[in-house]
Ligand binder design. Structure first.
Ligand SMILES: NC(=O)c1ccc[n+]([C@@H]2O[C@H](COP(=O)([O-])OP(=O)(O)OC[C@H]3O[C@@H](n4cnc5c(N)ncnc54)[C@H](OP(=O)(O)O)[C@@H]3O)[C@@H](O)[C@H]2O)c1
Length: 329
């Protein structure tokens, strides 16, 4: 029987996870039975949403951790899949996966690297597209602020805002990230929020206020953005990563909510599945922007399943530029 390895959580983290809370376990995988297929994963997706699940009870201990992956079918007795198919799934952090076909999505990458289907043309890209254009109702030429702007979702959101001829402001946690945003993505104003004073720096950058704040971070970022919002401004709330290590993902206190009143600000949360009926529109736009070079991306690739726990810790500490992935051998 082929051997596989999978990542288990051994203790529920309190605060920033630590490497000893993740363990790699060897398992034996039976050959596929009737209507089953065997997948060898190539890449696993590391996502902020995994972090709250580690402590809120959604992620049980000592089973394969939940998460998305792309893999290749290496044996199939299922009519819908053949050897060599590339499939995307949410079946967790493991090298091999014996599947009955449920929840699998066949990818036809064409000229594109398969990893693009894990970010720009995948979940994080769709999140940025839907959050900005549908929930955020972005209009051409508006003033747009994106937090965690050098991450997977943020870097797509801020480039869409550029494509819509908007004035763009991006915040990120290092000079290297800010340089990428400014010099390669053409972002108009960048803020390294770990240096200086975010509230003051945002006031300086937002010379004409903010019409849309694409919220990825919460806490201090939301506190700083609210006073800068223009009348009828929108805040699509995509995530609040600054709170994900806290019990119950409780965020820092926000003190500036009264700015919502006279400026008639709308703050609305969303999840990517809200936009399912617009998937074709998203794919059409994103394929066009990738092909004509208006959409760029970066990946941070960590090698080896034994480093998957560290990859999640690294994501929470801002070690990624663009999409954080784990490559399996
Ligand atoms: N609503 C949805 O359906 C949906 C779907 C996908 C993702 N999301 C959300 O979108 C956001 C971005 O996700 P992603 O997958 O694109 O991750 P990402 O931005 O690629 O990676 C996370 C980034 O967050 C930043 N960060 C971490 N802790 C922070 C803190 N305390 N304050 C400020 N920034 C911090 C780090 O960058 P810095 O170096 O800049 O700090 C890190 O690189 C997350 O909030 C996630 O939960 C929502």
């Amino acid at each position: 029987m082929p051997k596989s390895r999978e990542v288990h959580l051994t203790a529920h983290p309190d605060g920033m996870p630590t490497p000893d809370q993740f363990k790699v376990i060897e398992t034996e995988i039976p050959d596929p039975g009737e209507d089953q297929l065997l997948i060898r994963n190539n890449y696993m997706s590391v996502d902020p949403a995994m972090r709250p699940r580690l402590s809120n009870g959604q992620q049980p201990l000592n089973v394969a951790m939940g998460g998305g992956a792309i893999g290749t079918v290496i044996a199939s007795r299922h009519a819908g899949f053949k050897e060599g198919d590339i499939v995307q799934h949410q079946a967790g952090f493991r090298e091999m996966y014996l599947s009955n076909g449920k929840g699998l999505h066949i990818i036809e990458p064409g000229d594109l690297p398969v990893t693009v289907f894990m970010h720009t043309l995948g979940g994080t890209g769709f999140t940025a597209w839907g959050g900005l254009l549908v929930t955020g109702a972005l209009q051409k030429g508006e003033q747009v602020f994106v937090s965690a702007a050098a991450g997977a979702v943020g870097s797509v959101a801020i480039q869409i805002a550029k494509i819509y001829d908007c004035y763009t402001i991006g915040s990120a946690g290092s000079d290297e990230k800010c340089a990428w945003l400014r010099d390669e993505l053409g972002v108009d104003a960048v803020i390294n929020y770990r240096e200086g004073n975010l509230r003051r720096d945002l006031k300086t950058a937002a010379i004409n206020g903010i019409d849309v704040y694409f919220e990825n971070v919460g806490g201090e970022h939301l506190d700083a953005a609210l006073p800068r919002m223009n009348p009828l401004g929108r805040i699509p709330v995509c995530g609040m990563i600054s709170s994900y290590n806290n019990p119950g993902a409780r965020s820092e206190g926000v003190t500036t909510l009264s700015n919502m009143i006279y400026n008639r600000i709308t703050m609305r949360g969303f999840v990517v599945t809200d936009f399912q009926d617009r998937r074709d529109d998203f794919e059409r736009d994103m394929r066009e922007w990738l092909a004509d070079g208006r959409m760029k991306y970066r990946e941070t690739i960590i090698e080896g399943i034994e480093n998957a726990g560290n990859a999640l810790i690294g994501l929470m500490q801002g070690e990624n530029i663009g999409k954080m992935l784990v490559k399996l051998s």
